[in-house]
Design a protein around this ligand. Structure first.
Ligand SMILES: [Zn+2]
Length: 77
C-alpha cells in the first residue's frame, strides 16, 4: 500500500493518537489506535472496522460527560 499523499511506503502495525475536536470546548484524544502509517510523511490511515470502534469510544466518552481527556483504545475497545 502506498501513501495517498506522498506515495511513500505505508507500514502496518503502528499506533497513533487521534485527537477529536467534538466542539469548541470538547476535545477527546483516543490513544494508541492501530493504524497504517506512512514511513515518509507520517500520515495515518485507519481501517474502517477500527474507525467504527473509535466512534463508539467517542460516543461512550460523550455519554460519560467527558469534556477533555484521553481514552486508551485498547482499554475502551
Ligand atoms: Zn506519506
Amino acid at each position: 500500500m502506498r501513501c495517498p499523499l506522498c506515495k511513500g511506503e505505508m507500514v502496518k502495525g503502528r499506533k497513533t493518537n487521534l485527537p477529536y475536536e467534538l466542539s469548541d470546548e470538547r476535545v477527546i484524544i483516543v490513544r494508541n489506535v492501530p493504524a497504517i502509517i506512512c514511513s515518509q510523511c507520517g500520515d495515518a490511515f485507519i481501517e474502517a472496522d477500527i474507525l467504527s470502534k473509535v466512534e463508539k469510544i467517542l460516543d461512550k466518552a460523550t455519554e460519560d460527560g467527558m469534556v477533555l481527556g484521553f481514552v486508551e483504545y485498547e482499554k475502551a475497545a
